[in-house]
Design a protein around this ligand. Structure first.
Ligand SMILES: *Cc1c(COP(=O)(O)O)cnc(C)c1O
Length: 357
């Protein structure tokens, strides 16, 4: 068996240990005589799996007890609508920070529910940085931003202050890549397929006092309060995805938690940014705001893109083509990408530059 270094932005690599454990348990989970996919979500086996996943996630992020952990479906994209449905609580407007493709999509969706005020934007320089100055409005129901723009490769390396207005983060593509002070947020959401597990699961952390004010007409499954009261099992949850995410949480705890994975992620990103900054390649993002998870870069001539990708593939590295909306290259290096993968890519980048520079 040969495993490639897969630089996909998501669904993305999962830790080999997690996949092989899921494989071992496929037909018979812990002597139950059933695979996890076959279990009733109301049975004691799956209830234990879900409770364990939540406990491990709480431990990893030191989630304060006044926060609910929800295991939902519909992806981060559904959160673009579900957040205003639940958090407007009778208010008319919300503040949004626009830093790239994903925050633009969040704005577009929110406009169906409220007046969107753009508190800050980096569109003036093609979404190449994380804006520092936010103009918050006094009566905003919440402030929404994307803490890591997966396509543009812009990451907020600090948590913005928003005063009384709850801060809402789309953290999909750097969730669990570093420690995070959850208490600074009203709500954090993340589609699991970037860094936490398989597609089909969306993780939402929400402060209790924000629950219970869903707009009239909100479907029950989309009401955070009803889901919280039902332990995310108002209807059948994404059972297998929750199980695999739970294995990922255990893997993270075993390797030393989020401080340790952050240390590894910093080292991995450094290897690639050093290769970019050595010349030939260009990074479109301000140095201070470069993402540790999604590393976009360009070659000096677009005609070199195809040969670059072909050579990468020959060396066991796939999914390096940048998002169709921006072009160029992008290496997504989530938690499960080992340092060895980044080192192989950096080595190939230097070799390619020497040949074509
Ligand atoms: C991938 C991604 C999304 C969309 O996720 P879906 O699960 O496809 O809905 C939204 N926001 C960010 C930051 C992402 O990386």
């Amino acid at each position: 068996m040969q495993r490639l270094f897969n630089f996909s932005a998501g669904p993305a690599m999962l830790p080999a240990e997690v996949l092989s454990r899921a494989g071992d348990e496929m037909l018979d989970w812990h002597g139950s005589g059933m695979g996890v996919m076959e279990m009733s979500h109301r049975g004691k086996e799956f209830m234990a799996i879900a409770a364990d996943a939540e406990a491990d996630l709480r431990e990893l992020l030191a989630i304060p007890k006044q926060y609910e952990v929800l295991f939902l479906q519909g992806g981060a994209t559904l959160q673009f609508a579900q957040v205003p449905m639940n958090l407007l609580r009778g208010r008319r407007a919300a503040d949004y920070v626009v830093t790239g493709e994903w925050s633009k999509k969040a704005v577009k969706e929110a406009k169906n529910y409220c007046e969107v005020r753009v508190a800050a934007s980096s569109e003036d320089r093609a979404f190449s940085y994380a804006p520092r100055d936010w103009q918050l409005s006094a009566d905003a129901a919440y402030v929404h931003y994307c803490s890591n723009e997966t396509i543009g490769g812009v990451e907020f390396h600090w948590i913005p202050e928003t005063g009384a207005a709850p801060l809402v983060a789309d953290a999909s593509s750097h969730f669990l890549s570093r420690p995070l002070d959850v208490s600074k947020f009203g709500l954090i959401y993340a589609g699991a397929q970037k860094n936490a597990g398989p597609a089909g699961l969306t993780i939402v952390l929400v402060r209790e006092d924000l629950l219970g004010g869903a707009a009239k007409g909100t479907p029950s499954v989309l009401d955070y309060k009803l889901q919280a009261d039902a332990d995310s099992m108002l209807n059948t949850p994404a059972t297998y995805a929750i199980y695999v995410a739970g294995l990922v949480f255990k893997w993270l705890r075993q390797l030393g938690g989020l401080a340790e994975i952050e240390r590894r992620n910093v080292a991995k990103a450094q290897v690639l940014y050093d290769a970019i900054d050595a010349g030939f390649y260009a990074s479109p993002v301000d140095k201070a705001d470069r993402s540790r998870m999604n590393v976009p870069f360009r070659l000096p001539d677009e005609r070199l893109d195809a040969p670059f990708l072909k050579g990468a593939e020959e060396r066991g590295m796939v999914q390096l083509k940048g998002h169709r909306s921006v072009g160029g290259m992008r290496a997504s290096i989530y938690n499960a990408m080992p340092l060895e993968g980044c080192a192989r890519l950096a080595g190939y980048m230097r070799e390619f530059a020497a040949r074509h520079g």
